[in-house]
Design a protein around this ligand. Structure first.
Ligand SMILES: NC(=O)c1ccc[n+]([C@@H]2O[C@H](COP(=O)([O-])OP(=O)(O)OC[C@H]3O[C@@H](n4cnc5c(N)ncnc54)[C@H](O)[C@@H]3O)[C@@H](O)[C@H]2O)c1
Length: 254
């Protein structure tokens, strides 16, 4: 795969799971600098340690709640000031499930609002802050949706709605910025073995055995398997790929 030498990326949700694996993979591919953010600073330090073992990139950590547009804007502006450039962004941060009371008849207003604020508004706030700074041509954004962004999931209406939204947002933005040479793609993971899935399973929202059996490959995926696909879309090897929806561990057709 072509190298990311000299390039600078932002990653949200970098303290855990897929975001953490993406940060490490970007370093492995030769990125010069990473601005990593999350609401969990303790775990973000662990990601920095993993990145430092993987290569030589300069790593800057920030506490950013993606549902707050002012925090997102400041973080992206600070990143450009610090590194002097921004080549791409992995918008990964997300949440799943409220307290388990999630039918459309009973979901709590605050759970609905929070899901859309983090998973959908958060991606929009990131793209709005990132797009003005990306190189034209050459910029690349990947927004993390879910296979629940293709097919509704009972008892997970807010989650599925937020992830359908990420697909619509990504396709729309790809059409707006493609002629300027900026590529914007969506990544749709299936069941991946990370805290978000295990926490949802503990609340009875997901079941790893049933979900694994329903995938084409018959197992859950690992974060590094998602990171490899996501980071391919940051490289020039995907130069004719935009507005795409990439399923990582697809569900079989209905
Ligand atoms: N694991 C799966 O099965 C799966 C499947 C499909 C999609 N996804 C998506 O992948 C993305 C990453 O999830 P993961 O599996 O790595 O889970 P994870 O829980 O390991 O990581 C999510 C990270 O997002 C951070 N985060 C939560 N709210 C935030 C906020 N308001 N601002 C900033 N950071 C915040 C968390 O602190 C955490 O570090 C999410 O968008 C998730 O919806 C995951």
């Amino acid at each position: 795969m072509s190298s990311l030498e000299g390039r600078v990326y932002t990653v949200t949700g970098a303290a855990s799971g897929i975001g953490q694996a993406v940060a490490v993979r970007l370093v492995e591919l030769g990125a010069a600098g990473l601005a990593l953010s999350d609401v969990n600073m303790g775990n973000l330090e662990k990601t920095k340690a993993l990145c430092d073992s993987a290569g030589k990139a300069k790593i800057v950590l920030s506490r950013v709640d993606v549902s707050d547009p002012a925090q997102v804007e400041k973080w992206v502006d600070d990143t450009v000031r610090e590194f002097g450039r921004l080549d791409g962004a992995a918008n990964v941060a997300g949440i799943a499930g409220g307290d388990g009371e999630t039918t459309c008849a009973t979901i709590k207003q605050e759970d609905w609002d929070k899901m859309l604020a983090v998973n959908l508004n958060g991606v929009m706030f990131c793209m709005r802050a990132q797009l003005p700074h990306l190189p034209r041509p050459g910029g690349s954004i990947v927004n993390v949706s879910s296979t629940s962004g293709l097919r509704g999931l009972p008892h997970n209406a807010a989650y599925a709605t937020s992830k359908f939204g990420v697909v619509g947002l990504t396709e729309s933005a790809a059409g707006e910025f493609g002629r300027q040479g900026i590529r914007i793609n969506a990544l749709l993971p299936g069941p991946i073995d990370t805290p978000i899935f295990r926490d949802g399973e503990a609340k009875g929202l997901f079941n790893s055995e049933i979900t694994s059996a329903a995938t084409c490959l018959g197992r859950m995926g690992q974060p590094h398997e998602v990171a490899k696909v996501l980071c391919f879309m940051m490289t020039d090897d995907s130069s004719y790929v935009t507005g795409g929806m990439f399923c990582v561990l697809c569900l079989p057709p209905p």
